[in-house]
Design a protein around this ligand. Structure first.
Ligand code: TTP
Ligand code: MG
Ligand code: MG
Length: 404
């Protein structure tokens, strides 16, 4: 259960005052003092100290799809390998192994381009079912250590092991043990980052890839984050990073020189988040209720769809396939949102979504129009999908606040 639910807000004052356990502290304070504390205006929200001192592991498998393929066919090991669509059907690379990366091949690159960079590249079509099975095995290993597992995709998850008794509570040892078990039972390698919060853990898991791990202890967070380029911050994409660079901030240390007000003036509400993140503060909880599934279909067209009219004509076929897939997943009753994904001929992607519970062609058509309107260029790929609440999440709803 998320920690903030353990104590009503009025007790937070007492916890911050250094009394440790909120319940014990409450018993020691007279009721009038508690009332006063609750009524006192708080100029800024002081974070719950327990959120500043957690043990979070971010675990991410190494070249996931390619690793599963190499496991199943050891003759592929040591050779450059990509998993993705065919070059003659304008496919793209989903991932590639580390041998192929040496040639400059990477995810989302067109397969044709990848083969130009690495003529001996072996390209296999994705076998999603195998990857899903591996993913489920890995999740069940994580759940041996904590209930607080938040999967982000098939190959990565956050774990909050603050209260895990195994390995004497050492997150470093827990991560090592988890990685060893993944290697032994699933037959692929994973890397891990261990830190007091999510965003630092996620960056750290990339640090010693492949087959490595990196620990950032609470007293190391400050220096670790100071040196990071601003583009590494959670929520800062290419556009925001470029804007920050233009304004003179290359690293988080640079950004720390900016006042909260200044950041808010430039970035609105996100400015406040940036102010915390560049100081290594990220209070997001590991939230298993966040686990959501989506069911979707997509099509990369051999010839680009030239305009909105052509996209509209392609929609019914996609929706038929989507309906079949939803039926197979038995997800008809748990649809929570609808989305359209578009990749334009210049490789820019956009996704438009809205809430909804039925596959309504008119709604998808409106989403398509909105998405298409963002660039008004020929379209190379169209996707349609639905967000599905997991059964477990539905059972738990009510335990978590609405924003979760
Ligand atoms: P990632 O974890 O981003 O990449 P990876 O596991 O292949 O490699 P790394 O060692 O750097 O973590 O993605 C996990 C899987 O998701 C990846 O194996 C294939 C799929 N994927 C795509 O289909 N398209 C993409 O653009 C990316 C980035 C990943
Ligand atoms: Mg990975
Ligand atoms: Mg990943």
């Amino acid at each position: 259960m998320p920690k903030q639910l353990e104590a009503p807000p009025a007790l937070e004052f007492n916890r911050i005052a250094g009394n440790g356990n909120a319940a014990t502290g409450a018993a020691q304070l007279p009721a009038a003092a508690l009332e006063l504390a609750a009524a006192m205006p708080m100029p800024t929200v002081t974070p719950d100290p327990s959120l500043l001192d957690r043990k979070i592991i971010h675990c991410d498998c190494d070249c996931f799809y390619a690793a599963v393929e190499m496991r199943d066919d050891p003759s592929l090991q040591g050779k450059p390998l990509a998993v993705g669509g065919r070059a003659d059907r304008r496919g793209v690379v989903a991932t590639c192994n580390y041998e192929a990366r040496r040639y400059g091949v990477h995810s989302a690159m067109s397969t044709a381009q990848a083969q130009k960079r690495c003529p001996q590249l072996i390209v296999l079509p994705p076998a999603m079912e195998k990857y899903r099975i591996a993913s489920r095995q890995i999740l069940s290993i994580y759940r041996d250590y904590t209930e607080l597992v938040e999967p982000l995709s098939l190959d990565e998850a956050y774990l909050d092991v603050s209260a895990t008794p195994q390995c004497n509570g050492s997150a470093t040892l827990i991560a090592q043990e988890i990685r060893r078990r993944i290697a032994d039972t699933v037959g692929i390698t994973a890397s891990a980052g261990i830190a007091p919060n999510k965003f630092v853990a996620k960056i750290a898991s990339d640090w010693n890839k492949p087959d490595g791990q990196m620990v950032v202890r609470p007293h190391e967070v400050d220096a670790f984050v100071a040196a990071l380029p601003v583009g590494k911050l959670h929520g800062v994409g290419r556009v925001t990073a470029a804007r920050l660079n233009k304004l003179g901030a290359q690293t988080c240390a640079d950004l720390r020189g900016w006042s909260l007000l200044h950041l808010q003036q430039h970035f609105g509400k996100f400015g406040e988040r940036l102010h915390g993140l560049c100081r290594g503060i990220d209070l997001r909880e590991v939230c298993p209720s966040r686990e959501r599934k989506s069911v979707s279909v997509e099509e990369t067209y051999v010839t680009d769809l030239p305009d909105l009219q052509a996209c509209r004509q392609a929609l019914p076929e996609l929706l038929v396939r989507l309906a079949e897939r939803i039926a197979r997943a038995k997800a008809q009753d748990s649809i929570g949102k609808l989305f359209i994904k578009i990749r334009f001929d210049d490789f820019q992607r956009t996704t438009v979504e809205c809430s909804g519970s039925v596959l309504d062609q008119e709604t998808f058509s409106q989403l398509l129009e909105t998405g298409y309107g963002r660039r008004r260029r020929p379209v190379r790929l169209l996707g349609a999908g639905v967000g599905v609440a997991e059964a477990r999440e539905q059972q738990q709803s009510g335990l978590f606040d609405p924003q979760n």
